[in-house]
Design a protein around this ligand. Structure first.
Ligand code: DC
Length: 241
């Protein structure tokens, strides 16, 4: 069957990873969470004191990237079949989802040389298509030629509540709802106002506001869009959305 690229962008904590993962599993595609890649670089910068009290030692971080000291990969968890982010071979899933990395990731993701480094890896992962990738600039920068582009959003309050419940489920009792809401709003601001690859839908992205949708409803919607695009690609192989 014809393989396509599915590009899913959207605000933080809007459930795009959940729907992207579900689609990839349902159709047998590779799933890539590009936010995890920016989070891994942030964790590296924090651990190596290339970022302290919000200040980034940009030249030093650039050297670490150039020297190949930062390797971000994914490994499928054999038990859950979920992709696990690895930083230099170490599984860092829980570290990259905590508040420290969440509070520091946006300025790292705004650095052009960090984006160039990670975008090149993301494009290489999609060379053979058959991939569902989510992030902020997938439809606009990484794969402007993607056959299916979706931009997901929900109100900041709904997103903060979802993130808060996720953190609680993981046993992160330090987080409170107001902090999480502030973090969501700050990240929205930085993501949409940065000069490099700001968060915005591509002209031909489908917009999905999932504030009032259940995960099952949004998964079903995405699967329908996917099948429509695959069928269109078979009828007209040169058609991009
Ligand atoms: O999706 P997330 O919350 O895990 O993303 C973490 C951060 O990385 C967030 O501040 C946005 C940024 N990001 C980005 O700039 N470009 C991407 N393709 C993915 C994430």
């Amino acid at each position: 069957m014809e393989k396509i690229i599915v590009a899913i962008d959207g605000h933080s904590s809007c459930g795009k990873s959940t729907m992207a993962k579900a689609l990839a599993r349902a159709v047998g595609y590779i799933y890539v969470d590009t936010g995890a890649m920016y989070r891994c670089v942030t964790l590296y910068a924090l651990r190596h004191r290339l970022m302290e009290n919000g200040r980034i030692y940009e030249f030093a971080l650039l050297q670490h990237i150039r020297l190949g000291y930062i390797k971000v990969t994914f490994q499928l968890d054999p038990a859950t079949h979920q992709p696990l982010a690895r930083l230099n071979g170490e599984v860092v899933e829980s570290e990259i989802r905590g508040m420290e990395v969440s509070n520091n990731v946006s300025p790292i993701a705004a650095l052009p040389f960090v984006r160039t480094f990670l975008v090149a890896q993301q494009q290489a992962m999609g060379r053979d298509k058959g991939i569902v990738m989510d992030g902020r600039d997938i439809a606009t920068v990484v794969f402007p030629q993607a056959e299916l582009k979706v931009f997901v959003t929900a109100t900041p309050e709904v997103r903060a509540q979802r993130r808060y419940l996720e953190l609680q489920a993981k046993g992160d009792t330090a987080a409170n709802y107001d902090d999480v809401l502030r973090n969501v709003q700050e990240r929205d601001y930085i993501d949409t106002h940065r000069s490099v690859a700001p968060l915005r839908p591509a002209d031909d992205s489908l917009i999905l506001d999932n504030s009032n949708l259940t995960p099952e409803q949004q998964n079903a919607w995405l699967l329908t869009q996917f099948h429509q695009r695959v069928n269109q690609s078979i009828i007209n192989p040169n058609l991009h959305c």
